[in-house]
Ligand binder design. Structure first.
Ligand SMILES: Nc1nc2c(c(=O)[nH]1)N[C@H]1C(S)=C(S)[C@@H](COP(=O)(O)O)O[C@H]1N2
Ligand SMILES: [Mo]
Length: 200
């Protein structure tokens, strides 16, 4: 015990930082374009298999789904990480259950009101790993951060968490989304440092 008769009471935050990430207390806004005007009254979420619509929720129907609260660390590929972010929303498991549906394929594209898209493996959205968030830190999600509703997939780099989320589309094959087409990795696991794809 010599040399360690004092204890470090600070929790080891660096152990929660994936490779080459830096801690921030701020919440930067990262958008490819302007914040779209999207009110809850206008908002709908459409679930599709390819071009075939499976189900659509308006705000009232979506708001009636079971809700969850989660606290997670988030990691942006531009190297900032933010710890213990608190979210409230609807788990993807509960959305699919409401549609009365088992996932028809292993891949999805998330679509957004600003024309953004990002691809995800179905497995990365299920078993409580992802939600459609409507609240951050106890408050309704601000427009800049994706309000009225955004996808939250906290175990992948934050570009996978589509803001102004309005569409979820099952695809037969893995299809690249907006940033993935521009060189970002198809999966984006921050712990494996999956920043760029082949040729990226
Ligand atoms: N619809 C949409 N979703 C998006 C983006 C975007 O430009 N449009 N940017 C992505 C990127 S690159 C990041 S890092 C996060 C940033 O979310 P924030 O602005 O809430 O920090 O949103 C992601 N989701
Ligand atoms: Mo990002």
């Amino acid at each position: 015990m010599s040399g360690s008769d004092h204890r470090d009471h600070a929790p080891d935050l660096t152990a929660r930082l994936p490779p080459r990430q830096v801690l921030t207390a701020k919440f930067p806004v990262m958008s490819m374009d302007a914040t779209p005007a999207l009110s809850a009254a206008d908002w709908t979420l459409t679930l599709k298999h390819g071009v075939r619509p499976l189900k659509r929720w308006d705000w009232a129907a979506f708001s009636a789904l079971p809700r969850q609260r989660i606290v997670r660390d988030i990691h942006c590929v531009t190297r900032w990480s933010k710890l213990d972010t608190a979210w409230e929303g609807v788990a993807l498991d509960d959305l699919l259950a409401d549609a009365g549906l088992a996932a028809p394929t292993g891949f999805l594209l998330a679509h957004s009101a600003d024309g953004y898209s990002t691809n995800l493996a179905t497995a990365d959205l299920l078993d409580g790993r992802a939600m459609i968030a409507t609240h951050y830190d106890g408050q309704p999600l601000t427009p800049a951060h994706g309000g009225p509703a955004r996808l939250l997939v906290p175990h992948l780099y934050f570009w996978k968490s589509a803001k102004w989320f309005t569409g979820l589309q099952f695809t037969a094959r893995e299809e690249a989304g907006f940033w993935e087409l521009r060189g970002y990795h198809l999966r984006g696991d921050p712990w494996k440092e999956e920043r760029f794809g082949e040729g990226g």
